[in-house]
Design a protein around this ligand. Structure first.
Ligand SMILES: Nc1nc2c(ncn2[C@@H]2O[C@H](COP(=O)(O)OP(=O)(O)OP(=O)(O)O)[C@@H](O)[C@H]2O)c(=O)[nH]1
Ligand SMILES: [Mg+2]
Length: 219
């Protein structure tokens, strides 16, 4: 595995959006402030938002691409494939992943191939269950955090599981033998209307994604 110095070689920050007009400009501002002096680019993959997110992203990001709605995981891979730097940081656009942790996250790529920024509090039952099972297998305490730093080689080439909320990207790295590490952070207050759905729907969708991830780990 390659030796990486993100501070000199550069960081591609990839975020996916679905109706994030209220947040995308502020996210980009905070990423740029955090990474000033470090070569970086910000890539936004928007799944046909109806609120004009793409127009805002086009004004402030280095690259903003609109496409049909295929979900967060495919969006992350789509964006990662456009990355020009050897380090890819993925981050949610709803300001629940503080970009100020990016330097710490990428620093750990000196030792690991993929570093997760794991939340110290997991809001949903299904996420806590996934952390105790899938997370344990992968060596992380928050299986579904998509606030991550990857060496580019550690990113999957293709996805077969449909929407797994980023789970498949972690499973593929684990199966390929990449070294996975983590940092932890206390998450800020969550918004009231997550894109993933309300409590029951979100838990069900995450459980389905977890079953898929188990199968992907096994076969
Ligand atoms: N491109 C794309 N992005 C999506 C889609 N669904 C969600 N996202 C983005 O993925 C990120 C995570 O979605 P959230 O709704 O915050 O899901 P979550 O973080 O599990 O839920 P909360 O913890 O309640 O915020 C956000 O940046 C969303 O805008 C989608 O279908 N396509
Ligand atoms: Mg969120």
């Amino acid at each position: 595995m390659s030796v990486i110095n993100a501070a000199t070689q550069g960081i591609s920050v990839v975020t996916t959006t679905w109706n994030e007009k209220e947040n995308i400009k502020e996210l980009i501002r905070r990423v740029r402030l955090t990474l000033q002096g470090i070569p970086h680019e910000i890539i936004v993959v928007d799944d046909n938002s109806s609120d004009g997110t793409l127009d805002v992203a086009k004004r402030f990001a280095d690259l903003a691409v609109g496409k049909t709605r295929e979900g967060q995981t495919k969006g992350l891979l789509f964006g990662a494939k456009l990355a020009k730097f050897p380090v890819v940081v993925t981050i949610d656009s709803d300001l629940e992943n503080p970009p100020e942790y990016i330097p710490l996250l990428v620093e750990k790529l000196g030792v690991f191939d993929l570093v997760m920024a794991s939340r110290t509090i997991l809001p949903r039952f299904s996420e806590r269950w996934a952390a105790k099972t899938l997370g344990k297998i992968c060596g992380v305490s928050d299986f579904y955090s998509n606030f991550r730093a990857y060496k580019k080689e550690a990113i999957a080439n293709k996805l077969v599981g449909g929407e797994t909320f980023g789970g498949e990207l972690l499973v593929v790295a684990k199966k390929k033998g990449f070294k996975i590490g983590e940092i932890t952070y206390e998450p800020p207050k969550r918004r009231s209307k997550p894109r993933i759905g309300g409590l029951i729907r979100a838990n069900l969708r995450i459980m389905v994604a977890s079953v898929k991830c188990f199968l992907l780990l096994l076969f």
